[in-house]
Write a protein that binds this ligand. Sequence first.
Ligand SMILES: [Ca+2]
Ligand SMILES: [Ca+2]
Ligand SMILES: [Ca+2]
Ligand SMILES: [Ca+2]
Length: 268
Amino acid sequence: MKTTAFSLLLLAVLGSSTPADAARYLIDFGRDDVNTAGGSQGAITPSPDVNGHYWNNFNKEDFNANTGSLDVPDTAAISGLVDDANVASGIGIQLLDSTGNNEWEANGAVNGGLLGPDSGLLGDLAIETATRDYFFTTQASASFVVNGLNPLSTYDLEFFATRDTGSTRETQYRATDANGSVLSAILQTSGSGAGSAAHPNGNDDDTVAIMGLVPDGSNSITVDMLTVSGGFSYVGILQITENPVPEPATGLLLTLGGVVFAAMRRRV
Ligand SMILES: [Ca+2]
Ligand SMILES: [Ca+2]
Ligand SMILES: [Ca+2]
Ligand SMILES: [Ca+2]
């Protein structure tokens, strides 16, 4: 899996202090119109997948069953996400109707979603039912909230999106966390250079990540999806990694202090 150099640097820094058992949540944004005559846009990602991982599906059809309509209600939400090992959580995702415009729509493979994803390029996110469909906006921005988070943890958000088409399109993902840090990353979904030789006009080889986010006072992180160029922005897969809080350093110091103190006393 390719990520930005910035993300890799952060990953290297964070990796030194992050326990190996960080929980990961996989969310497939898209559609469930697999039985539609004339070609279907999207499909549910079944769990477990071929890698043994469990997914959460955020499908347009769960909120708008008309397969001829792309509209996702702008207040749609999912809750009770499971992690990739099928452990339940209180985490949810709430779309926001921030402007009163039609912010959220959904589509898929007939309109540039990725079929036949390559695990050599996308790692274990290369699951066709997840890469083939997506949520998108034609607005300047569309936002959602990740809620039910642990205020003591930090979170990394990694995004995959694609739309195979000739025009250059870029999506920026941005979040402001409880410390006031504004973190963002831009992904080219479409146009020349978006993908590998197999899909030169559609991203099939990149994800972007924003890392180390601290939930706000409502145990939430708000993500803004910004249309940087080309008139559309997209989200096809969101991966949320919850980094457990490292053991308090003070506890370790106190323990060491106690050991040193005891040893010194025995010498007296
Ligand atoms: Ca909508
Ligand atoms: Ca899907
Ligand atoms: Ca998807
Ligand atoms: Ca790419």
